[in-house]
Design a protein around this ligand. Sequence first.
Ligand SMILES: [Zn+2]
Length: 383
Amino acid sequence: MPRKRSGWPSRFTHLKCSSCGRVFKPRPLNVCKCGKPLLAQYNLKGMRRDELLNRRDLWRYAPLLPVADEKNVISLGEGATPLIECRKLRRILKVGKVFVKDDGVNPTGTFKSRGMAVAVSKAKELGITRLAVPTTGSAGSAMAAYAQKAGAKAFVAFARGAPSIHVKMAKAFGAEVRQCRGFINEAAAVVQDFCAKNGYFNIATIKEPYRMEGKKTITMEIAEELGDLPDAILFPVGGGTGIVGAWKAWMELRKLGWAKKTPRLYCIQAEGCAPVFKAWGEGRADAEVWPDVRTRASGLAIPKPFADELILKAIRETDGGSVAVSDTEMRAAAKDIEKLEGISACLEGAATWAGAKLIAELGIVGPDDTVVLLNTGRRIPGT
Ligand SMILES: [Zn+2]
């Protein structure tokens, strides 16, 4: 059994490299010595369901999260979002059931709050007081909010095309903000430089191991509510923490014996920036840099996700797939979801509905399947 402190039940033990398998004790770390992402490991032996906490937020899954002591938990009420059954969408798709997991109701309006809640909490536990992140928008406002709550300093570098609402929110939460002319790679370079000069810790997507742990809880909540994992889950994929978190949740739930089904994980990308879709189609293990990013869905404007190999592994190991949809299809999908089901979806979230229609047309999902669409955020007015 893991050592217990203050009755908080985390079963987190260590970090393990996703590529070379090297293990590390918990300490401020970004990636493995080999340069690949680190994955949090847990002692799941003998774990019972009643170890889950009786809370209405993602900290219900505290045993499966890396924060060791409750006093370090920084929470704004993230997680425990609704799983909404959508009968009108089901009739269009001609599948068994359709649900929208509505993560737009999270603090700061997007699913990024899950990852940041866990990453900022764990940073506090590790004694980190200065945090920096490059972002296409929503991760910046979320990080700023949690850093503010934690009493930590925040630096956010926004990529070109980041919605102004996220820039305003980050400023309002007290972050130091830089707006870059270039895409996410330029913002990433700005953050790297800033961290080196000012002693900040970089919590860029998958360049630290704990944001993924927060995102993992999306899939755990879905499994708990449905009694098992669904047949398919569709994720809009930019940096990939959502889909990689789902893959990790599936492995842990399977190990615990709490889920029997393998959810086919689908990676939905924008036609104007589809490096993973292209790599998957070509049977590659990694993605090439997308040369010419053209999409208004800022969350999908990632020319080469750092987690490309893990995203492709998640798709292949679950027998899922990938499709790319146009901005026009995303905008139409957002209107559909609003008008048919009363759910407000951002372009990225709506991309899952556009992708679901393509997948259904291809006959990949059928009348016996339960399909879950992840809505990653609320629609920003004017988009
Ligand atoms: Zn390694």
